[in-house]
Design a protein around this ligand. Structure first.
Ligand code: ACM
Ligand code: ZN
Length: 519
């Protein structure tokens, strides 16, 4: 049976059960019933049948049972969300008209099943975000993490700081190649980018409501204290030196970061959080926290003064102190702080309730493993498996599909909160390229987060992916060609593993140029 993500327990019965415009919907879960009626109305009639929703309080909140036998489909669930996921399964089964008679007992492996999209480097419209929310919910994923700010653009309206979007959303030009990187000689286009490229608070509220109906939580990320050049360009007093600067036109890690020795910075963070907490009702708030070079802090009298007065060990501890202050403030708003795994530096101050998003290996992953062993909440996003901005010939779909507890060497019984697949958009300026690099990987990742490791099988997944290609396209999930996602389109000078971090962007361009007219 062609279902993605693959259900955890499934058996095929003989015969077919009609499922279409003539199906009568009854029972519990009024929201799921309304959704079912809407979806069924768009299908052909294929004979009389009933779809009955039953409350089964003993089931996992996101799980469901589904029995299709004769002319009856019976769905059991303990929540509207579980009932909704049964409908998403039925939608995929109904591709052929009626559905194969079957018995399914299903529940997710992880409770946090996320996708991150970088709207800072390149901007994606609310319509595109809604399309992706729809795809996520069809694949039973439940988190969309929006990377809303970075050195190269600030993309969310903050009423108290209007310059952030008036000025901070715009950059003079855009780096288009890594060639000459580190020597400041990389290639740039000569076009101003980003005018009007931000979300108003009203638009985000509308997106949140749309996502909520589909059981997708939107997690906002405001990256701090690093990756803040766009904000510093608007309000230079946020940096250590206070010097004027521009929204960054280069990618990478910048030394110019927020000054954690100045009260202004803490106030700014609280003000931004105040406004965003009015928009995003979900429990998590992401503060970034990755890639924070301490060069400026080492030279800054305010930072050094703070380290002395607070009795901190060093600059890492100052970042830890900042994180602690922000986590405590978020708690007063009923929010849990989330951050990239660098928030474990200076961890003696890290709130034990924080969520660590594990994206990169450092020092043998010691800190991350220890955090997890001690029961710390963790979301797995290991870049070598799941970063989607890299080319398929370096990271074929099979590799992303193989991600999970086993791949990370995490012993069974150690609980992770979940996993998330990020899409960074430095080199993704249009939607076609976004889909090329994202859609197939999202489908694979839905199975990473939903289906238990022992039930996964890549060859079987690929067959289901191809069988559902038409369905996926209809719902806005534009899977690229098989040859590409299998990693078979290789540049003539395929690069070795050592060089991949320096040259991966070149190969993404190569793959794009080879297939763009065929997509
Ligand atoms: C990251 O990729 N810097 C989280
Ligand atoms: Zn400073």
């Amino acid at each position: 049976m062609n279902i993605i993500p693959k259900p955890n327990k499934i058996s095929l019965l003989s015969g077919k059960t009609p499922y279409g415009a003539d199906t009568v919907v009854t029972g519990a879960f009024p929201m799921a019933q309304a959704t079912a009626k809407e979806l069924l109305a768009g299908k052909k009639g294929c004979g009389a049948s009933t779809l009955t929703f039953r409350e089964q309080p003993e089931l996992n909140a996101e799980g469901y049972t589904l029995v299709a036998e004769g002319s009856d489909v019976v769905v059991g669930a303990s929540t509207e969300q579980g009932a909704y996921y049964a409908l998403m399964t039925l939608e995929q089964l109904a591709v052929e008209g009626g559905i194969p008679s079957c018995r399914i007992e299903d529940a997710p492996e992880f409770s946090y099943r996320g996708f991150m999209l970088d709207s800072a480097r390149h901007f994606w419209s609310i319509e595109t975000l809604k399309r992706y929310v729809n795809v996520l919910s069809r694949l039973k994923m439940n988190v969309m993490h929006l990377h809303l700010t970075d050195d190269q653009g600030w993309r969310v309206e903050i009423k108290k700081y209007p310059l952030l979007t008036q000025k901070g959303s715009i950059r003079r030009n855009t780096q288009i190649s890594l060639k000459g990187y580190n020597r400041g000689k990389e290639a740039h286009d000569d076009q101003v980018y980003g005018e009007g490229c931000y979300y108003t608070q009203a638009e985000l509220k509308e997106l949140v409501a749309y996502a909520k109906e589909r059981f997708v939580d939107i997690v906002p990320e405001i990256n701090m204290p690093g990756h803040m050049v766009a904000a510093i360009a608007c309000y230079p007093e946020l940096s250590c030196t206070g010097e004027a600067t521009e929204v960054s036109t280069r990618w990478g890690v910048m030394d110019n970061i927020c000054c954690c020795g100045k009260e202004d910075v803490y106030r700014f963070a609280r003000d931004v959080i105040d406004e965003l907490c009015e928009i995003f009702p979900f429990p998590y708030f992401h503060i970034g926290g990755d890639e924070v070079p301490k060069t400026a802090w080492k030279r800054c009298p305010a930072c050094q003064d703070a380290i002395r007065k607070l009795g901190l060990k060093d600059e890492n501890a100052l970042q830890g102190y900042f994180n602690g202050q922000i986590a405590a403030y978020l708690k007063t708003k009923g929010k849990i702080m989330m951050g990239w795994n660098e928030i474990l530096d200076g961890a003696e101050h890290l709130d034990p309730d924080a969520v660590v998003q594990w994206w990169i290996g450092r020092r043998g992953n010691r800190q991350e493993k220890e955090w997890l062993r001690n029961g710390g909440k963790t979301v797995l996003s290991y870049s070598d498996y799941v970063y989607m901005d890299h080319p398929y010939h370096i990271r074929p779909l099979a590799k992303t599909y193989s991600f999970g507890l086993k791949a990370m060497g995490i012993a069974a019984g150690q609980k992770v909160l979940g996993a998330e697949i990020p899409q960074w958009t430095e080199y993704i300026p249009n939607e076609k390229k976004l889909d090329m690099l994202t859609a197939a990987r999202l489908a694979a990742f839905s199975e990473v987060t939903w289906t238990e490791d022992d039930n996964k099988d890549y060859a079987d997944f690929e067959q289901r992916l191809e069988a559902l290609r038409g369905y996926l396209k209809e719902i806005g999930c534009n899977v690229c060609m098989q040859e590409l996602y299998r990693g078979k389109i290789k540049p003539r000078f395929a690069i070795g593993a050592q060089l991949k971090w320096a040259l991966w962007h070149r190969d993404v361009h190569y793959e794009w140029n080879r297939v763009k007219d065929l997509l």
